[in-house]
Design a protein around this ligand. Sequence first.
Ligand code: 3H9
Length: 674
Amino acid sequence: MTNPVRTERHDDVLVLISDSPPVNALGAAVREGLESGIKQGVADASVKAIVIRCDGRTFFAGADITEFGKPPRGPDLRTVVDTIEASDKPVVAAIHGTALGGGCEVALGCHYRVAVPSAVIGTPEVKLGLLPGAGGTQRLPRIAGVGLALQMCAVGDPIPAGKAAEAGLIDRVVGPDSLEADAIAFAREVAGERPLPRASEREVRPDPEAVAAFRKANARKFRGFDAPEANIACVEKATELPFREGLDYERQAFMKLMMGSQSAAQRHIFFAERQAAKIENLPDGTKPRPIARVGVIGAGTMGGGIAMNFLSAGIPVTIVEMAQDALDRGTGVIRKNYEASAAKGRFKPEQVEAAMSALTPSLSLDALGDCDLIIEAVYENMDVKKELFGKLDRIAKPGAILASNTSYLDIDEIAAVTGRPGDVVGMHFFSPANVMKLLEVVRGAKTAPDVLATVMELAKKIRKVAVVAGVTHGFIGNRMLAQRQIAANELLMEGATPDQIDRVHTGFGMPMGPFQMADLAGVDIGWHRDPTRIENIRDALAAEGRWGQKKQAGFYDYDDQRRPTPSPRVAEIIEDFRAKAGKQKRDVTDQEIVERTLYPLVNEGALILEEGHAQRASDVDVVWIYGYGWPVYRGGPMFWAGTEGLGTVVAGLEKHGHTPARSLKAAAASGGKL
Ligand code: 3H9
């Protein structure tokens, strides 16, 4: 194992430099290098102080997550941090980039911390279903107080260097281009200071009120997750127990989370999200096309939301509508959304103005002639889309990418009406498009590799998680969702209520169940609009004007605050259909609802994979986490199927009359994975 940590002498200061790309994760070799570097500095009488810094883009971004679950190697991180803190010579962390997780803990073990202004520091372990396991939960409150420590550990968002300095976590913010020199100068200033400030020797008083208020304020956000409460408990222990005992408590709590299914799921999603960005079969040297201006057709909810993504990323947008009032309404909503975000402090007023001034509204498609990417977000109808793409083919400049935001339609059929099918791609945003993180990028049969690469790269710029999907009805997410809906409707006919089915799904961790979703989206969506044609329960609701939340009546009744209650009228409608179908009402168990609605969804995911419409099983998981609110602690449907046991899923499918996908059966039989 080569040592990624080199040492450099600057007279009486020893500098330890980690060079372990891409993010200086604290793997075994780095930990060993750090420990031996500190020991070298301590043993050398001519060294008066030690600086720890990193090469490359960042200070240590955390423990090496790829090592988790494998047999331990080298010194553990907790021991390394203890060794740093125990040094009888001052140790200074020189931070740039992201000092995260174990990286933050290394910094907290140092006696002093200096950072460049752009650095951020944080303990995001909770997002991996974990807690800082190398003393972070015990040192952080001792330095920054209970309130900030709770926020940093249990919520996990990092804080910028300036804020960290105010909280005492950073001793000095140094020049943006002189980190090493400034850190060495700082080390010399403090070389003679004794006693050394050791976080473990400080005390922090209990603050039960702050803890209770924090729990209350975050109860909704933390629902279903194990890790936030474990983080809170550790921070509390820091105020109650001597340091060493607190550390032991933290260690046990860390190991419990690490061995649990939630952290495994959350770590799976961490890597799945990064994997999703990788495009299979892309020719070497494929270069993305430059995108300086984006065109959006349609200023409705979807078009407006799509436009906001680009405006927020500083990319100018031309938005086109057919009528002036619709255009005015659309741009007005965009402004209102930005102003609402500004009121919440998420944007500065000047950023709102900058975004709005980068928006060019127009009534003419001709205005799109200078756009590098044009996204249509018009009515979901093949003829309408074909006509539009025919026009775009004549208007768009050569090399412009033509994208459709269709949720279901065949991208190849749309592309075929243009003389440039290689420039056509699907960009399926999820509503509300300025909020939802998922983007399904639909690769048509003729979509050019550089078009795909451009859109995938652009997705990162607009802070979306993009997944490549093939041309299939509903792509990945909606195709699977349809299976859930079919099963939910069947269950209604057999005796389950909308409320029971939704409760099972929210209990599972979904933000809402199938019928709550229908009421929110609109029961009338996709309805044939003929009130005399009533073929199913949904038709009956639509015919009666029960179109969902917007009408205060759908599968539920709603009060003025849009609070739902089960609807006696809906119960009657269901009863009526059941009688007509000659079905008997029976008790349906919650377990049956899980098996009947979620196993077919998994099965459809397996079919999508077999057909090559998704690149990998973890992409399917990413779609469900970021597009449909599948609980991240269950790792997405394909991962979850593994935790259920693939054999159990196959048996469940067969029991309920489904044919399990070939790949699912094979994986179950061989004890493999999807
Ligand atoms: C921890 O510290 C536990 C301790 O408290 C206790 C121990 C006892 N390990 O995200 P990017 C890879 S838990 C291994 O695309 P960016 C990543 O997979 C850890 N690999 O870059 C990707 O690989 P690839 C707490 C890691 O610039 C590549 O690096 N720390 C790790 O957009 C580039 O990553 C965290 O949770 C890691 N820790 O963002 C921080 N981190 O190229 C996790 C990254 O093969 N990391 N990789 O796909 C991050 O949040 C972001 O990576 C970071 C950079 C902000 C640092």
